[in-house]
Design a protein around this ligand. Structure first.
Ligand code: MHF
Ligand code: KIV
Ligand code: MG
Length: 283
């Protein structure tokens, strides 16, 4: 057994569970009733999806953050449905147990119900994703209701919604002061519209805690403190690959150094002739 296939040290029902089937929205709802915290990570390819799936991560998000960490744009605005569909399909193929959530990109759901349904339906049919996610609260309620009515589980996303970076004037904490009441109203509207969970990004921890205890659906924090039902991070941030990260990021590995060292060792051995050695050659 490779180290990546080791079971988690301290599994819970959701994290590292061994039911032999995909995690569902019902499993996620049940975890909130048990007050069981759970981890979510982004993934953008089959190889990392397999690693995180075998590590027991119950939910994988194919984030529109792919715009930045995969495609090299400086915001999430430019990425398209056609950019994200192959990545999402790869994550579904690479995983066995995780629920895979497809992030709907900027400009693929805002104009109304018909556009949102067309986009969400494409992700469900063409990638095998199990749910979709969109940014915003009350402004998108008709879209959320239509997707839920069509049988598509919807994850909401409030607070620092990066597709609105130009309106915010930068990646800034959201929901301070009076804005907290607006965010609470958006969260309740998403729950009433049938969303199965909601991401709270870059909001004061007390607000995230109040939303978490006010909703029956789970909250997933990223820069929302320790009292949300779940947490999510962009995997390259968590693994220490990205050079500049927000305050909420903890680096659980130093893959930037690890991969750079590996590339330098490989290059040194090619230049010196040490690699390939006889055992790497065919005869
Ligand atoms: N690699 C990566 N990680 C992410 O978490 C992420 C992306 N990309 N791309 C899309 C958005 C952009 N995100 C960001 C980017 C920057 C901050 C940031 O630097 N925030 C300031 C807050 C300053 C304040 O208002 O006090 C910080 O210092 O943490 C936060 C979220 C989150 N998302
Ligand atoms: C960070 C998460 C919540 C996200 O929306 C993304 O990765 O695009
Ligand atoms: Mg996103």
């Amino acid at each position: 057994m490779s180290s990546s296939a080791m079971p988690p040290a301290q599994p819970t029902a959701l994290y590292g569970g061994t039911s032999g089937r995909r995690v569902t929205v019902r499993d996620i709802a049940a975890a909130k009733e048990r007050h069981e915290k759970w981890p979510m990570l982004t993934a953008y390819d089959a190889l990392t999806a397999r690693i995180f799936d075998e590590a027991g991560i119950p939910v994988l998000l194919v984030g529109d953050s792919a715009a930045m960490v995969v495609y090299g744009y400086d915001s999430t605005i430019p990425v398209t449905v056609d950019d994200l569909i192959p990545l999402t399909a790869a994550v579904v193929r690479g995983s066995k147990r995780a629920m895979v959530v497809a992030d709907l990109p900027f400009g693929s759901y805002q104009t109304g119900v018909a556009e949102a349904l067309t986009t969400a339906t494409r992700f469900m049919k063409e990638t095998g994703a199990h749910a979709v996610k969109l940014e915003g609260g009350r402004r998108n309620i008709p879209q959320v209701e239509a997707m839920v009515a069509a049988g598509i589980p919807v994850m909401g996303h409030l607070g620092l919604t990066p597709q609105s970076v130009n309106a915010f004037g930068g990646y800034r904490v959201q929901g301070r002061g009076q804005d907290g009441d607006e965010l609470m109203a958006d969260a309740k509207a998403l729950e009433a519209a049938g969303a199965f969970s909601v991401v709270l990004e870059c909001v004061p921890e007390d607000l995230a805690a109040r939303v978490t205890s006010s909703l029956s659906i789970p909250t997933i924090g990223i820069g929302g403190g320790n009292r949300t039902d779940a947490q999510v991070l962009v995997w390259q941030d968590m693994a220490g690959l990205t050079p500049h990260t927000a305050k909420f990021v903890k680096k659980f590995a130093d893959m930037n150094t690890l991969l750079g060292d590996a590339a330098r060792s490989y290059a040194d051995e090619v230049v010196s002739g040490v690699y390939p050695a006889p055992e790497h050659a065919y005869r």
